[in-house]
Design a protein around this ligand. Structure first.
Ligand SMILES: Nc1ncnc2c1ncn2[C@@H]1O[C@H](COP(=O)(O)OP(=O)(O)OP(=O)(O)O)[C@@H](O)[C@H]1O
Ligand SMILES: N[C@@H](CCO)C(=O)O
Length: 293
């Protein structure tokens, strides 16, 4: 059995804890019944031996598997990870979503994407990464009475994402602690109006509006101060022709959207300026988690 889950970029500027989009960068796990428990890791995280013993995937998988099954089978878990950890590309959401999906699939128990999303919420209480990880596409999501309510929009083929992945991680938990406890009414109205405009721009495919609509006063500047080069990444990307350029989730990755025909030039300029960062262009994912039995 094989499960794959896309990377996600959350917030998208002003949509703190609300907006998110799925990318064609994936984590994949292959699970096979086996005499003994074993784990193999390729790609991101493979240089971290602790992940073989103390792995968030295995612990969430076991929570669900032990609830769903009376049998005590052992498995071999083969992880192929493309999503870098603690870089703001939804690595934790991908693990949560794939672990829950895998436990249901291995037991042959039906699980709708809507139920999966609500189960994932118990492990990550903001819906902006888990929703696109499950559904794919661009998503607006809110939580009411422990349920995610969302609207999804498929991304068109003429746009690309350009990601700039710094060589240092930022932990989401730590980074949330650097944010103000309270915001002024002016800042609240600023973010409300920009997030609304950004959502309307995606829904109506008014891409030229993104440059203004993606401005934020809630979180980016506080987080980017931890890595001041990110201000230059943003300027370079916008100057080179990106439609928008925002901190991805809690960082440290910077995420830009551009027309397909502009994306390679933007990628080249970013690479020239920031040779020590990992920089590439990718498509959007419109499907979300995929289970192959
Ligand atoms: N492939 C993986 N296997 C096991 N655990 C992982 C994996 N990827 C991420 N994790 C766990 O998730 C933690 C990273 O979560 P964190 O929320 O800080 O970053 P992120 O999800 O990449 O960023 P963001 O939420 O801003 O997009 C890691 O420290 C590790 O505990
Ligand atoms: N909305 C979340 C995304 C990262 O998980 C944050 O900005 O902290």
């Amino acid at each position: 059995m094989k499960v794959s889950v896309p990377a996600t970029s959350a917030n998208m500027g002003p949509g703190f804890d609300t907006l998110g989009i799925a990318l064609q960068i994936k984590n994949q796990v292959v699970i096979k019944p086996s005499k003994f428990h074993s784990v193999s890791l390729k790609g991101e995280g493979s240089n971290n031996p602790a992940l073989k013993d103390n792995n968030m995937f295995i612990s969430i998988f076991n929570d669900f598997y032990h609830n769903l099954s009376t049998k005590r089978r052992n498995f071999r878990f083969e992880f192929y990870n493309e999503i870098p950890m603690s870089r703001g590309l939804g690595s934790s959401s991908a693990v949560i979503v794939s672990a829950i999906s895998s436990a249901y699939a291995i037991e042959g128990v039906e699980l709708s994407k809507k139920k999966l999303l609500n189960l994932a919420l118990a492990y990550e209480n903001h819906p902006d990464n888990i929703t696109p990880a499950v559904m794919g596409g661009f998503n607006v999501a809110t939580v009411q009475d422990n349920e995610v309510n969302f609207i999804k929009k498929d991304m068109p083929k003429n746009l690309r994402a350009i990601v700039v992945i710094p060589n240092r991680p930022i932990s989401t938990n730590m980074s949330r602690k650097t944010l103000p406890y309270k915001y002024s009414k002016d800042d609240a109205v600023f973010n409300l109006s920009h997030a609304s405009l950004l959502t309307a721009a995606f829904m109506s495919e008014n891409w030229e509006m993104l440059r203004i609509a993606s401005l934020d006063k809630f979180h980016q500047k506080y987080r980017m101060k931890q890595m001041p080069e990110l201000f230059e990444v943003q300027k370079t990307s916008l100057k080179a022709g990106s439609l928008m350029s925002t901190l991805s989730g809690s960082g440290s990755t910077f995420f830009s959207i551009a027309y397909a025909e502009d994306s390679k030039k933007i990628e080249r300029e970013l690479r020239n300026r920031f040779p020590h960062f990992k920089i590439f262009t990718t498509d959007f994912d419109n499907y979300g988690v995929r289970v192959e039995k």
